[in-house]
Design a protein around this ligand. Sequence first.
Ligand SMILES: CC/C=C\C/C=C\C/C=C/C=C/CC(=O)SCCNC(=O)CCNC(=O)[C@H](O)C(C)(C)COP(=O)(O)OP(=O)(O)OC[C@H]1O[C@@H](n2cnc3c(N)ncnc32)[C@H](O)[C@@H]1OP(=O)(O)O
Length: 290
Amino acid sequence: MLRSKILNRIRLLKPVIDRRCMSSASKTPLTLLEVDDKSGIATLSLNRPPVNSLNIDLMNSIIESITEIEGNKSRGLILTSANDRVFCAGLDLNELHKPNQERLKEFWAVFQDVWLALHLCSVPTAAAINGHAPAGGCLLATACEYRVMLPQMTIGLNETQFGYMAPKWVMLSYLSVLPRRLAERALTQGKLFTTAEALDVGLVDEIAASKEEALAKCSTFIDSFSKANPLARSLTKKQIREPDVQKLIADRAGDLKECLEYINSPLLQDGLGAYFEALKQKSRSKAGKS
Ligand SMILES: CC/C=C\C/C=C\C/C=C/C=C/CC(=O)SCCNC(=O)CCNC(=O)[C@H](O)C(C)(C)COP(=O)(O)OP(=O)(O)OC[C@H]1O[C@@H](n2cnc3c(N)ncnc32)[C@H](O)[C@@H]1OP(=O)(O)O
């Protein structure tokens, strides 16, 4: 009964995700998908310069790739970045700052979809975190089952640093990896963990000296399921993740409404504007422009 319920729910989910995927074709490859013909493991690289910030097109491209990977019977999915400094800079602040309301609704729905698609992905998933992973970038990493990170990077849900509170389902993704007291402290502080700190608290599982080593460690993790029946493994993962997923699926409209109110509030728009300006200023001074 529960199995068919879960499968039906996934089928219900899929049409939403598939329909969204068809709606936008990006001109440049926002994601690069390679399947190793020996191991059968798919590597999905985020490829939206300069920092893989998540806009509608990139998130649709990720969803499309996950749907393709699940359909082509890949043995596993490794999520990584084509950029050697940044894994993913989180949500594209251009989508949140002074947003077009219709676009913001679509943006948020796709944000919900990309988490559901990755969190419920039927094949084993691992993140080779070869760059900084703040906020939404951290969410993509925690949606995966295993995380390998390179040194001297940062990862964490830093929303309170720019005046936001992460949505409930984003917090749940953190709580699926960190003990509650630590997750609460990190969320309220908006903490960005260094690679060493992230390993220490269990936010990441291993550290690798290079991207190649990180990919190899992720492949070893995926190989650890070689003796498990793929369907039984997938159903077991979905059953364990079902309660968290249900909290979003049961009230996607409510989550969207709360997000719109929150993002559009003047206080938050001011905070976000100042934060975004500081980022641009930092970038300009780095490039030697005053
Ligand atoms: C009740 C609650 C319900 C709902 C809640 C409502 C809303 C919640 C909102 C929520 C969730 C938010 C999650 C998010 O992901 S918001 C985004 C958070 N991201 C960040 O804070 C990261 C910011 N970026 C950085 O820290 C750094 O850029 C870096 C560490 C990722 C990389 O540093 P670099 O030194 O390599 O690069 P920079 O010079 O800083 O940047 C280069 C370039 O990229 C621009 N940029 C950086 N990050 C973003 C971004 N997230 N979006 C858009 N653009 C970004 C940066 O401005 C530079 O651009 P220019 O060169 O100035 O053009």
